[in-house]
Design a protein around this ligand. Structure first.
Ligand code: 5GP
Length: 195
């Protein structure tokens, strides 16, 4: 089954939102607590951070390997994120999971979400919003994994991304990771854990 022709199928959910809103934290929480959600593992040219494992957090690729995947049409979507590294969703793994009837979640950037919307308009598009702009800046600076120049670049991207909320079917405010993850799981038609 080709995901691009799966009209009316709602097994595919896309989670996107501004930089440093905590998409990664929400998806990590879901990976650790909701095995019933099939979380797509993206390919990226970004080097692994300490603790990240190939095939679990990302498929780490060289630029040449990524070029080949693009050329072969292996990506459902891909994008250059923060003007630097490339990230993409592998079409075959997502197609297989959907064909298996799994509840598939993509945690991707806005450019990628727009590409998926063009390919699979009936998928569910969820925008993860920060509680406030100040909170978002605090999270970005507090993470400490980027240089000041990279932080500035990410904030510029974030301003544009905040304006995209209206393109999405649902908004979840990331005021609390567990609560936001539970709301997402509910939107996906699954049962969240009792608290
Ligand atoms: P990080 O380098 O911090 O893991 O991720 C940086 C950004 O890349 C995040 O905003 C994340 O949503 C985005 N990203 C991760 N995987 C993909 C993907 O497969 N496609 C797209 N378009 N963006 C991705």
């Amino acid at each position: 089954m080709d995901v691009a022709t799966t009209a009316g199928f709602h097994g595919l959910t896309v989670l996107a939102g501004p930089t440093a809103v905590g998409k990664g934290t929400v998806s990590t929480y879901i990976r650790d607590n909701y095995p019933q959600v099939w979380l797509s593992v993206s390919a990226t040219t970004r080097p692994a951070r300490p603790g990240e494992q190939d095939g679990i957090h990302y498929f780490f690729k060289t630029a040449d390997e990524f070029d080949q995947l693009v050329e072969d049409g292996d990506f459902l979507e891909w994008a250059v994120v923060h003007g630097k590294n490339r990230y993409g969703t592998l079409r075959s793994t997502v197609d297989a999971a959907i064909a298996d009837g799994k509840s598939v979640l993509l945690e991707i950037d806005l450019q990628g979400a727009r590409q998926v919307k063009a390919a699979v308009p009936d998928a569910r598009f969820v925008f993860l919003a920060p509680p406030s702009w100040d909170e978002m800046v605090r999270r970005l600076v507090g993470r400490g994994t980027e240089t000041p120049e990279e932080q500035q670049q990410r904030l510029e991207t974030a301003k544009l991304e905040l304006a995209a909320e209206k393109e999405f079917d649902h908004t979840i405010v990331n005021d609390d990771v567990q609560r936001a993850a539970d709301e997402l799981v509910s939107l996906m038609g699954l049962t969240p854990h009792a608290r």
